[in-house]
Design a protein around this ligand. Structure first.
Ligand code: COA
Length: 221
């Protein structure tokens, strides 16, 4: 089934994940290709992301999408706020009639440990390398669970980057996980502080899809 997952966040905001198995022609029936995406696989990802927008809200005017100088896609009419992510054979989108949104989907791999120093705030680095690693080691869970949580934090920061939309963000200093992480069913609630001159508290929601090795994070305000 092409729609892999849907979550209606509230009555104005929907999140979806599409499993991309259709040929390009399927998406092109509904989605005008305006951007020059030369790689066929990336083109299918791009088209699937836009297709999903209209799947979630059938009156979404895909043809009116414009691209800002920062590369953020947007609707000048602001009829909908939206955010898109793609990863492997999956495309994710969050669409809202009234809230600013950001979404990101990442594949969980061991590589995340090697690049963590590029995106972790020094306090987060301390937490991951000292407190959390030691805690997990006690239970013999250091590898996989550690990578899942690290990927979720990376994904949360990418979602914040897209929610902000204006680019020029330093992942290490402008956003930080601060406070306790809580579980709500399958959802993981991650309190972040985004600070680029004025601190804003953001409640990021994340989720791990174990079987697909995916980490999903979204934010709305
Ligand atoms: C733009 C960026 C967020 C895309 O993330 P990604 O994981 O590579 O790719 P994703 O598939 O998740 O997202 C791509 C989508 O993001 C959206 N996007 C691109 N630039 C955006 C921006 N400035 N704001 C909001 N959304 C944006 C687009 O919808 C794009 O898909 P489309 O071109 O098909 O429409 C990412 O490449 C980036 O620049 N991140 C910041 C880099 C950085 O500062 N890193 C430092 C820490 S190491």
């Amino acid at each position: 089934m092409p729609l892999f997952y849907q979550h209606n966040i509230n009555q104005d905001t929907k999140l979806g994940i599409w499993f991309i198995e259709e040929p390009e022609s399927f998406f092109l029936e509904k989605v005008p290709l305006k951007k020059d995406v030369s790689h066929p696989f990336k083109r299918r990802q791009h088209l699937a992301g836009r297709y999903l927008l209209s799947y979630l809200f059938p009156d979404f005017p895909i043809e009116e999408i414009r691209i800002a100088d920062t590369r953020q896609p947007f609707l000048a009419s602001q009829k909908y706020h939206f955010s898109i992510s793609h990863c492997g054979n999956y495309a994710a989108a969050v669409v809202s009639t009234n809230s600013r949104v950001g979404v990101d989907l990442e594949l969980i791999t061991p590589r995340i440990e090697r690049v963590a120093h590029k995106f972790l705030h020094e306090e987060e680095e301390h937490f991951f390398n000292e407190d959390y690693a030691l805690f997990l080691e006690q239970w013999g869970l250091r590898g996989r669970v550690f990578q899942e949580f690290l990927t979720l934090v990376w994904s949360a920061k990418e979602a914040i980057f897209k929610w902000y939309g204006r680019g020029e963000l330093d992942f290490k200093s402008h956003m930080k996980l601060e406070g306790s992480v809580n579980l709500d069913g399958d959802w993981i609630k991650l309190p972040f502080v985004f600070d680029k001159g004025r601190a804003v508290h953001l409640g990021i929601e994340g989720r791990i899809f174990e079987e697909q090795s995916l980490a999903l994070a979204w934010v709305l305000t």
